[in-house]
Design a protein around this ligand. Structure first.
Ligand code: HEM
Length: 535
């Protein structure tokens, strides 16, 4: 009896279990089917949406180039990265060869308008710049205060800050800061003196990186770091970290580019937390020290402190909104020197010396000019000396033509805009890309564009360069505010190096140079080795 009951129960349990199992199987089956159907529908929707976006420019009646599907574009970016500038130069060349004056592009589902003809560039950057005042670059003032600097901020906030900062970049202010830059030049000179004795090739990219680090540390952060001696300083460590884009950061950059509002809502930050903490701390400490001990130094940080404390600047004709700079705003502008002033200036000097190592005759002409000017000034390098070095100016201009640090400039359309002489409307919110490298490598504007020829920028030849085809510092209201400082720093570095040394290619020098695909800027991949001899 007991056994029968047990067997019965067992049979019941087994049949219940198998019932349950078959039921579960059915539930899972239908669950996975549902998931599968949802996924397939999602893929179809995304595909249809992407297809629809891809027809965006066709619907507008603008000549356009087919885009890559986002997944394909993303895979290319991760596994087969190409330098950003080169991609854009290729796009420019294709559009130009097709005879387009402007072209529509799609990048990661985002429509982009690209002017090809300098006339259309002029509309965007200057004539109708009120429609294109902002860059549409991601920043997050709340979670990442250092990202809210002049380069990225928008609207009235940008206008007010630009007005406040303009007086800090006048030629008068450059003259005052010259001495601070010159001191860094002396450190470079000492370093070169030691290294040239060894008669070994030098990594010129690294040397100029150190010089620029010292200038920025000194002018923007008020600290003397001599990175030639102290190669492992905290300042250098965090500065370098700020420029290395890891693959996960690349993802955040793409997300913030394609969906800035969503990214801001997510609280995405661009500046790594430790980098941000380090620079905010040293700025706060320096400001506190100077205010406490009434210590004044001829640097950019001092000008920012004066702005923060709303000190009147009688030397300037500019008026600002009367409000002072907050501590966060001050820190962001000092930090901006890193983003906007470091890579731009150090790569310009590096590419310049690389070209001069190839073109020995041009190098010799620059050296002769330096020595002649210095002789007229009793061997003393002054701000006035720099201004007299006209040929060196041409050499730098030609370097910036072949290697514009920002190979592409961006704007965002702020209100629907009808492109002149067409019925095409650029919609509010559309991104605009100005193909700087494409324009500056165009044989129609710069014959034999691969040739390094500073004579293109002589007084008489300069006039033949069409307006808006040469844009290394940008144009219009958002033109580079640090142009004078950048040129001064570059000229000091080149003078120190070229007055005493001859640079030549080494067997280790890579020609032609390869550009770094992991940077939005035009920078060389790896080291650049040059032979150096005392003149
Ligand atoms: C050779 C050196 C430099 C080059 C080639 C260069 C190039 C540029 C370019 C192409 C732009 C964008 C302009 C546009 O969108 O129309 C820009 C903007 C800017 N640059 Fe420079 N730059 C250099 C040095 C500097 C330095 C040393 C600073 C110092 C802080 C600086 C600060 C800025 C700022 C603040 C902006 C944004 C201006 C605004 O939006 O109002 N630049 N620069």
């Amino acid at each position: 009896m007991h056994l029968m009951l047990h067997t019965h129960m067992l049979t019941n349990i087994v049949s219940f279990n198998s019932f349950q199992a078959s039921n579960m199987a059915m539930i899972f089956d239908s669950f996975f089917k549902d998931i599968f159907v949802i996924l397939i529908s999602l893929v179809i929707c995304v595909y249809a949406y992407t297809k629809w976006i891809f027809q965006y420019w066709k619907r507008k009646g603008l000549p356009y180039l087919e885009g890559n599907f986002p997944v394909e574009a993303f895979i290319n970016l991760i596994w087969n990265p190409k330098p950003f500038g080169e991609i854009n130069k290729e796009i420019y060349n294709i559009a130009k060869a097709k005879g387009y004056k402007h072209v529509g592009l799609i990048s990661f589902n985002t429509p982009i308008y690209m002017p090809i003809d300098p006339q259309y560039v002029k509309y965007i950057m200057s004539k109708d710049s009120d429609h294109f005042m902002d860059r549409g670059i991601y920043y997050n003032e709340k979670d990442d205060p250092l990202s809210a600097h002049l380069f990225s901020i928008e609207g009235v906030k940008w206008r007010n800050l630009r007005m406040k900062l303009t007086p800090t970049f006048t030629s008068g202010k450059m003259k005052t800061m010259f001495q601070t830059v010159f001191e860094c030049g002396k450190q470079l000179e000492d370093y070169m003196e030691n290294i040239s004795m060894k008669e070994e090739p030098v990594d010129i990219k690294n040397i100029l990186g150190c010089f620029t680090t010292d200038v920025i540390a000194s002018c923007a952060f008020g600290i003397e770091c001599n990175s030639f001696k102290d190669t492992n300083s905290e300042f250098t460590k965090y500065l370098k970290k700020n420029f290395v884009l890891t693959k996960s950061q690349l993802f955040t950059v793409i997300l913030s580019f394609t969906a800035p509002k969503f990214s801001r809502w997510l609280g995405i930050i661009i500046t790594p937390k430790d980098v941000s903490n380090f620079f905010r701390r040293i700025i706060a400490e320096t400001v506190e020290y100077r205010e406490k001990y009434n210590f004044v130094r001829k640097d950019f940080l001092q000008l920012l402190i004066d702005l923060k404390n709303n000190l009147p600047d009688n030397s300037s004709e500019y008026q600002h909104d009367g409000k002072s700079l907050t501590m966060d705003e001050l820190s962001a502008q000092a930090f901006l020197f890193l983003g906007a002033g470091y890579e731009t200036s150090s790569t310009t000097m590096t590419f310049c010396l690389y070209e001069l190592a190839i073109n020995q005759d041009i190098q010799e002409t620059v050296r002769e000019e330096i020595n002649a000017v210095l002789e007229r000034h009793d061997g003393k390098l002054t701000y006035e000396c720099m201004m007299e070095m006209k040929y060196m100016g041409q050499v730098v201009e030609e370097t910036l033509r072949k290697y514009p640090p920002l190979p592409i400039l961006n704007r965002i359309c702020l209100a629907d805009y009808k492109i002149p002489d067409t019925n095409i409307i650029i919609e509010k919110g559309t991104a605009v890309a100005i193909p700087v490298l494409g324009l500056q490598s165009d044989g129609d504007y710069f014959p034999d564009p691969e040739r390094f020829d500073p004579d293109r920028f002589s007084e008489e030849n300069k006039r033949n360069i069409p307006q808006f085809s040469y844009l290394p510092f940008g144009e219009g209201p958002r033109v580079c505010i640090g142009l004078r400082f950048g040129m001064m720093q570059v000229k000091v570095g080149l003078t120190v190096l070229l007055k005493n040394y001859v640079f030549a290619l080494n067997y280790k020098t890579r020609t032609p140079l390869k550009m770094n695909p992991a940077s939005f800027m035009l920078t060389a991949l790896g080291d650049i080795w040059l032979d150096v001899k005392i003149d």
